[in-house]
Design a protein around this ligand. Sequence first.
Ligand code: GDP
Length: 196
Amino acid sequence: MTGLNLNRAEFIRSAAAPKQFLRSSLPKVAFAGRSNVGKSSVINRLVNRRQFAKVGATPGKTIHVNYFDIDGKLWLVDLPGYGFAKVSQEERDRWAKLMESFFAEDGTFDAGVLIVDARHKPTADDVRMAEYFKRSGRAFVVLANKLDKLKKSEIDPAMALIRETLRLTEGTELIPFSAEKGDGREDLLGWLLRLL
Ligand code: GDP
């Protein structure tokens, strides 16, 4: 008994502009991360479906917010990826405007999941996104994805570097995660269940 049937997951709608943001009385969990960090793969792993959130979608075509209903109990809000080197200034501006509204408006989300790459020092964009979540005052968790690419001995120093770079307080959970292998899924699920 998990209390959340992840097999009951459905795409609801995309929002390309702030006026299309959806409101709901259900807890809304925003997933954020750099393009290519594996955000779609993390979501697919969570709901155990290969093609649920798309993997490797073309950058620039993904500047919208995707809403998914999970078991009629929680909404997963997939934010557009950031930090892709090859997008135009126009696309960057569109991303920034959409995200500024998302974080400034009331009722757009209740909690956050920030996904970073376990192998690398978080980027300046990752640090900025962590600041967005901190300033929002909502609970958020950080996933260090692609854990399977690290050697055992590299894990602790990598987690320490992420904690330090994102300046996470002790109360903020950092979950080593592998969308590929499934590590961390139960921890993420546990964290989500506490929001219900
Ligand atoms: P997104 O742009 O953040 O949605 O990233 P995707 O989910 O499309 O993943 C980007 C690439 O990273 C794909 O080639 C995935 O197969 C790969 N990837 C995602 N998660 C993992 C992981 O945990 N381990 C490994 N080794 N590769 C991963």
